[in-house]
Ligand binder design. Structure first.
Ligand code: SF4
Length: 641
């Protein structure tokens, strides 16, 4: 090729590359695969995709990523002839991820088509789990659970529901435990992560969920992340926060004992000592009040308890130099944090298990609520309290009543009005009306043979619950254990009966993501062998026990959820479109709620409360001279299954 003056043109050199010319391994690349999705030439492809760019060979199926509570929408490209997913793209039309995905959501789909999937029921015979028919397995489960109930009463039974299955599965599960087994001993993994969010925010605001939606991030002036390794645990929310910073609309404060990746983007990063969150937040509030940066009008109109809070945080023990002593955060930085939060128009707090997984988790959550109420940051676009939920449907599992004290919609089991409402709706006058045991209490009770039969759906307590030896002892002491899962997990290996279920890519239903968005999941491929949908298995056990369940499809359960759950009243099957619907959605005309508590709090006025600092129970001593903390890796998925 020649230039106009006859000289040879220099051929432009284009090639995919990484920052500063580094190799992939040395670069900042997080292997999200966005380059593969946007590559215009097809030079970059998922190596499992054998279609060589001929998209007409593959069927696109929109569904929701199963790996975390962000709830990114994915399009699975499916080879229907071989029943295989070939590759996955982020859905551009999703307000949650706008086409983005992290490495798990884009590339982590091999497990669905693994050879190790359970494909038929198993029954323990002569000490070994052996293949069995569905009829045999269901009859045995019904006989054993029914036998324990008849001999020891319903409270000798318990169930672990699952934050990885759909709302409909969770609804059916807790209904089965309450209606057929006649106990409220039902719980799930939220007990170990965000139970303190549910109790703390319910007490302060009346509702234990993220107040704002993900698109609200771009309206924040300040984003305050505390106790959340956001880039590892909730990567797409981290991407939205980084975008807001890049666009110059938001400044970031990060407080975390570990210098996490997102701290690199912070205007201010502080490393407080583990377990000193209340001290730090009380110290920030003292400076805000001292400098008159709090929102007096908002407090007067919308909040109660300010005087009690003020009396606590203005004490000398929360002066900046004392905060420095206890938390390790420099006094000047405490003042700087207070100024940034106190003088900003809109501050959003994002937190996760660095806040909740402490003996003081409830106090930590309430302190965050105090701070946000103090500055008038709840009920506004770009503000809010935003607990980042872990598993894909942990919000939904809580909403559906997979908790020992809550029926669907956080309606209390011990409230007489609620009791009669469900007794009527479920045609079961003698529903249990006392709170059941929590997940950890169920394990203790099993060790003492107070719980004798356990039904585990999609949970793996042997690997994920604290004190593995204790969990194994509990499982071994049970008279009967039934596990329903997609793999023979560590827990399933202790079961008397194992029931094979469908993965998220093989069924319909809904997940509710961390921002309360109810989104449809859709079947992309057929399940392996004789694996069945969870709700179908639950219904079949109920009927094998002599009950009268008659759901014809998952849609029937969605509609029943609308009827009994006030927050989901308008979230009918046919209304859940492309963007999902965020609860509360009170009727069929309501569009859902992006930002909660705008006019009034769910409990009326927001409640501030004095939270005195107390040391964590887990302080190092001579016998245990270490501080250990939990954490997440970007590429890691919970217990791996
Ligand atoms: Fe999936 Fe969460 Fe990654 Fe989104 S951020 S792709 S939901 S794991």
């Amino acid at each position: 090729m020649k230039n106009g003056d006859g000289s040879s043109a220099k051929r432009p050199e284009c090639r995919p590359g990484f920052d500063n010319g580094y190799s992939m391994g040395d670069s900042n690349c997080v292997q999200c695969g966005a380059c593969v999705q946007v590559c215009p030439t097809g030079a970059l492809v998922d190596s499992r995709d054998k279609s060589q760019g001929r998209v007409e060979m593959l069927k696109p199926v929109d569904t929701i990523c199963t790996y975390c509570g962000v709830g990114c929408k994915v399009t699975m490209f499916v080879d229907e002839i071989t029943n295989k997913i070939r590759y996955v793209q982020g859905a551009k039309d999703s307000p949650v991820n706008q086409g983005m995905l992290c490495v798990k959501g884009r590339f982590g789909f091999d497990f669905i088509q693994s050879q190790e999937r359970l494909d038929m029921p198993l029954i323990r015979k002569e000490g070994q789990l052996q293949p069995a028919s569905w009829d045999e397995a269901l009859a045995l489960v019904a006989e054993k659970l029914g036998g324990i109930k008849a001999q020891f009463g319903g409270n000798a039974l318990a169930g672990f529901s699952s934050a990885k299955t759909t709302n409909e599965d969770n609804y059916a599960f807790q209904k089965f435990i309450r209606r057929e087994l006649e106990t409220n001993n039902v719980d799930h993994c939220a007990r170990l992560c965000h139970a303190s969010t549910v109790t703390g925010l319910e007490a302060s605001l009346g509702s234990g969920a993220m107040t704002n939606d993900i698109p609200s991030i771009k309206h924040s002036d300040v984003v305050f992340i505390i106790g959340s390794d956001t880039t590892s645990a909730h990567p797409i929310i981290a991407s939205h926060i980084k975008q807001a910073i890049r666009q110059g609309t938001a400044r970031l404060i990060v407080a975390d004992p570990k210098r996490i990746d997102i701290a690199e983007h912070a205007k201010l990063y502080v490393a407080h000592r583990p377990g000193t969150d209340v001290m730090l937040i009380n110290g920030i509030m003292q400076q805000i009040i001292k400098n008159g940066w709090h929102d007096e009008q908002y407090i007067a109109e919308r909040v109660e308890g300010f005087e009690a809070l003020k009396a606590e945080v203005m004490r000398d023990e929360y002066a900046p130099d004392k905060i420095e002593l206890i938390t390790g955060v420099r006094a000047n930085d405490v003042i700087k944090m207070a100024e940034m939060i106190g003088t900003a128009e809109r501050t959003a707090v994002y937190y996760s298990m660095g806040i909740t997984q402490h003996t003081t988790g409830h106090d930590n959550v309430r302190s965050i609520a105090n701070l946000q109420l103090l500055c008038g940051n709840i009920g506004i676009e770009g503000g809010g309290i935003n607990p980042l939920r872990g598993q894909s449907n942990v919000q939904g599992a809580c909403d559906m009543g997979a908790l020992p004290n809550n029926l669907p919609g956080y309606q209390k089991v011990y409230n007489p009005e609620v009791h009669s409402k469900f007794a009527k709706a479920w045609n079961k006058p003698d529903l249990p009306s006392e709170s059941g045991l929590t997940l950890t209490e169920i394990i203790d009770a099993a060790c003492h043979q107070e719980v004798r039969g356990l039904y585990v759906m999609g949970e793996n307590p042997v690997l994920s619950d604290p004190n593995q030896a204790h969990v194994i002892e509990a499982l071994e002491r049970l008279d009967f254990l039934v596990v329903q899962d997609i793999f023979l997990t560590e827990t399933a290996q202790y079961a008397d009966v194992v029931l094979p279920s469908c993965s998220f890519a093989e069924k319909s239903g809904h997940f509710t993501n961390t921002e309360r968005r109810v989104q449809r999941i859709s079947p992309a491929i057929n399940p392996p062998g004789e694996a069945k949908e969870d709700w179908w298995i639950i219904q079949s056990i109920a009927n094998a026990m002599g009950s009268d369940w008659a759901y014809q499809s998952v849609q029937d359960i969605t509609e029943e959820i609308c009827q009994v759950t006030p927050q989901y009243a308008g979230i009918h099957w046919e209304r859940i479109g492309r963007d999902g619907i965020q609860w509360p959605c009170k009727d069929s005309q309501h569009l859902g709620t992006r930002v909660m508590h705008q006019e009034t709090f769910t409990r009326g006025k927001g409640e501030m409360v004095a939270i005195p600092f107390r040391y964590a129970a887990e302080l190092p001593d001579e016998e245990y001279p270490l501080i250990l903390t939990t954490g997440r890796l970007l590429e890691q998925f919970h217990t791996g299954q």
